[in-house]
Design a binder for this molecule. Structure first.
Ligand code: HEM
Length: 230
């Protein structure tokens, strides 16, 4: 028989495992996809990494704070492709939303994907434009910016039940993408090396953001950090 503490540990472990692995790998997959589709952005990320890291060592976690463009690229990917498309909340009291009466205790679905592609909140909402997140640190630290982001940029949800692993998830995504850009060129299978083929970014149906057509590409070594230490 499963006792209470064991059941709690099992649920916690599975929550952490399911909540952390799938989400982080989706962000990495979608970021590489958008970078393949936007070679100009890809080159800008690589130039930023080269200018900060140089050409003799692998990018490191401590470099990320000096890579604002890389951070903007991952943020823009999270806006367009939040791994969890919706989240849920139970209404603690009756309320009215958009003219609809919502009785107390009703479970509501919050469309994170829809909010982050809402044309009333974002310019060119369906376009991949990392520059929209390149704002000065003063602006980012301002109360207004933080307040606006809390209601518009929601890949990690919001409030008391927001994702507790957001910093770890972001850190993994930054490091994985930075390494993949620094060390490899990426070619879509069937491209013939011309770098013109686009990856199909259609999203499959469901609560999670899976690609409807799997990404098929080849990694070609550009920089081998092991050559430097030999
Ligand atoms: C980029 C990666 C990740 C994304 C986009 C993401 C996204 C989310 C979202 C949208 C929620 C629901 C929040 C809400 O309803 O307000 C959530 C909850 C959660 N996430 Fe993440 N997550 C990521 C990585 C992680 C990691 C690395 C961990 C653990 C190490 C984790 C653990 C959890 C847990 C335990 C919850 C449930 C929190 C609760 O119900 O109070 N997540 N995540």
């Amino acid at each position: 028989m499963i006792n209470g503490l064991y059941k709690f540990k099992l649920t916690l472990s599975s929550d952490l495992f399911v909540g952390s692995t799938g989400t982080s790998s989706e962000v990495i997959l979608w970021t590489i996809t958008e970078l393949i589709n936007h070679p100009f952005v890809f080159n800008k990320v690589r130039e930023e990494i080269n200018s900060v890291v140089g050409s003799t060592r692998l990018v490191d976690e401590s470099d990320v704070e000096n890579l604002p463009y890389l951070q903007a690229v991952v943020k823009e990917t999270l806006r367009l492709y939040p791994p969890l498309l919706v989240t849920t909340r139970k209404c603690r009291q009756s309320c009215k939303i958009g003219g609809f009466e919502i009785p107390q205790e009703t479970m509501v679905l919050i469309n994170l994907y829809g909010i982050m592609r809402d044309p009333d909140l974002w310019n060119n909402p369906n376009e991949f434009q990392p520059e929209r997140f390149l704002v000065s640190s003063e602006k980012q630290d301002s109360m207004k910016y933080k307040h606006d982001e809390m209601f518009t940029f929601l890949p990690f949800g919001a409030g008391r039940r927001a994702c507790p692993g957001s910093k770890l998830g972001l850190s993994m995504a930054h490091m994985a993408v930075a390494t993949m850009v620094q060390c490899f060129n990426w070619e879509v299978v069937g491209d013939g090396g011309e770098n013109k083929a686009k990856v199909n970014t259609e999203v499959s149906k469901g609560a999670f953001i899976h690609m409807a057509h799997p990404l098929k590409c080849v990694a070609i070594v550009k920089f081998n950090p092991f050559d430097c230490v030999m």
